[in-house]
Design a protein around this ligand. Sequence first.
Ligand code: SF4
Length: 833
Amino acid sequence: MKDKVCRNDMLPFVEKPGRYIGGEVNASRRRPTDRTLNMVLAFPDTYEVGMSHLGLQILYGLLREDPAVVPERAFAPWPDMERRMRREGSPLLSLESGTPLHRFDLVGFSLQYELSYTNVLAMLDLGRIPLFSKERGEEDPLVIAGGPSAFNPLPMAPFIDAFVIGEGEEALLEITALLGAMKEKKIRREERLLRLGEIEGVYVPRFHGREKRIRKRVLADLGAWTGPRDPVVPVIKTVHDRVTLEIARGCTRGCRFCQAGMVWRPVRERPAGTLLEMAGSMIESTGGDEISLLSLSSGDYSAIGDLMEALMDRSVRERVALALPSLRVETLTERLIHEIQRVRKTSFTLAPEAGTQRLRDVINKGNREEDLLKAAGTVFHAGWRSLKLYFMMGLPTETREDLEGIVDLAFKVLREGGFRRQVTVSLSTFVPKPHTPFQWSRQLSLEEIRERQDFFKKNIRHRNLNLKWHDGSMSLLEGLFSRGDERLAALVHEAFRKGCRMDGWSDVFSFAPWEKAMETLGMVPESFLGEIDRTAPLPWDFVQSGVDKAFLASEYEKALREEGTADCRTGPCSQCGACTKEIRLVLEKENPVLTAKEGPPGGEEIREDPRRYRVRFAKRGNGRFLSHLETATALVRAFKRTGFSFRFSEGFHPQPRISFTNATPVGMESLCEFADLSLRQPLQPGQRLLDAVNAALPEGLDLLSVEEISSGTPSLGVWIGGYVYLVALPPAVALAPDDVDERIREFIGKESVMVRKNRKGKTREQDLRSPVHRFSRNGTGEVLEMEMRFRKGGAMNPLDIVAHVFGLEEESARAVRIVKKDPVLPGEGKTHV
Ligand code: SF4
């Protein structure tokens, strides 16, 4: 099928068009050629999820450094976009150059969770790549995949040409180097795959079956791999909208349900000095205002106190907050809380996982009730108003007493906050994962999940206790794919054909088509969820995660005996098998040098000479698809990257002092957006400043002018009395020029045009006529010009007026192109240019 490429034409009609526009700060601007290896990193979820994922940023950053490789990104389109793409015959395109996926040399999927599998198929299909590996020909790209779910590759094996098991950095560079060389020599597909399969950690299902042992890749020296210091800055709000600093990999706590804690062993901590440098460069290159310290258990990082203090000293002045998303209860010291509190109170989550000490011993969680209550008390005492607690239902050996323990613990935590703070109890279902001691355990059936949910609904009742849980049928599917084999591929395929997409999104997920797909295939889900005989071979046995199967089995036995295993970070080595001659535990020592103050202390205030500036900027091209908030965020980040030192508001969440004009609707271009900034020190307005800020803005946003304003300058709301708009009707609105004139005349001739408008469930009357001061065709007659003045009752969307005057239905109205051209100065009746 010939590609009909028209993504931009579709954007006015879809939800969150900013997902598809690219042009971000720090994104690659190089374009694919015949002489480069062209790779698209495909994330089988939305832009917001994919851009929050550190692995994607790491691999993209690595490839961006290689002149022989052109890296691009593609994300799964939301169902509304997919429908439109299919209707318009448009393939899935890469974000950077708008190249259809099938024209790349290499497509690399990130398999983060099992419920994204149908999205993988949708992306292949939309990208015009045959779904099954065996159906791909010489012209098709090679399709590879990595990520945690690749530790059991079998359910996706028929769709993927090669899997990378383990940490991807070194392996991906080896793969791209090999494929680049073979592209030059025009080596045939079969040979390319054979050679790929010789790289350590690469599994090629077609050649390897279940025979070859595939040992995971792991980086020996994490300090030598720093990840991108200039990560791509998303243009829209993402799930984790912050700079991520990966402080360590691996976890040796040994929780028996946790796959990440087993497969990413051993612990390797990055040197604290390197982390400080990385944090500085990342904040500078992104203009971000929050750093998240990432690892499987950030409180375990050996020099966490010193690292946080040093980070805070450097960032407190610019209000860069710190987040530690994965804190274990017992690592939450007063010093840590104090450091987090110095800038902003980010949310707190604690994960006891089980309700009784007995079950916490079974899962080897280690923490005790007194640790949890002490941590909760400290958090509340430090001023946090809410706390989230994570628990799992259906853990091996669970009894009624363990469920009652969760209720009991929730109330005890509530009591720590004097019954006045909010406590959210979040419940998920235990899913046995491959390569863990509990890989042989059974999983709860849907009925059992429902019974437990009913129990908690009845027993967790208090106005300050919220109850949340993960959808049981989603957990059931996760369980099927986690421990499934090649037979599950048929289920992914059938579910894809039945329209399943975005199955990890509870608001989109529907279990009914999955049930139908299982019925069609005669598949009984319970047959995959039961207890597995420990002497039987497992489908994923050929994948060597580093941790020995004998160790996992002995841990399972210990769990049944309610015996713990010490953390090898502090206790003896329990011979799990993850350490080798080359790969060992690497711990950072407490490092007081980090916190030694150089020159003026970081937190000390600099001498202020406050100034105010009024800036004018434009939203053009795809920039028009950014919302008001996204535009404001991009602007503030660009100013920060250029060295503007903002004054901040007081209060709980200090914000830069900046005020904007009324929001311009998404989809409308504007040449006259304004903002007033309050800075701590003077600027040097001029072309150099404009150039510097513009280089730091995403495509589609341009700073046009910067002027200093005095304290007597009227605020933007007072200064601007309205706007002049240019309007271009879409070709589908086939009106003769005389008809256009006639409709405008008729509208202008009326005193008022009252319409009822429904917004957020409320209906109100609006006079469309009153704000329109002037409306006519301009000189060439192609474009209309409309001047609107502000009236009491809030700003009106010019599109509502245009749609009414020309009788446009919603679809045609969205295709109208409107440009906000100039502001109108009040009282003068003329435009300000
Ligand atoms: S081999 Fe020993 S030291 Fe290494 S991760 Fe396993 S238990 Fe820890």
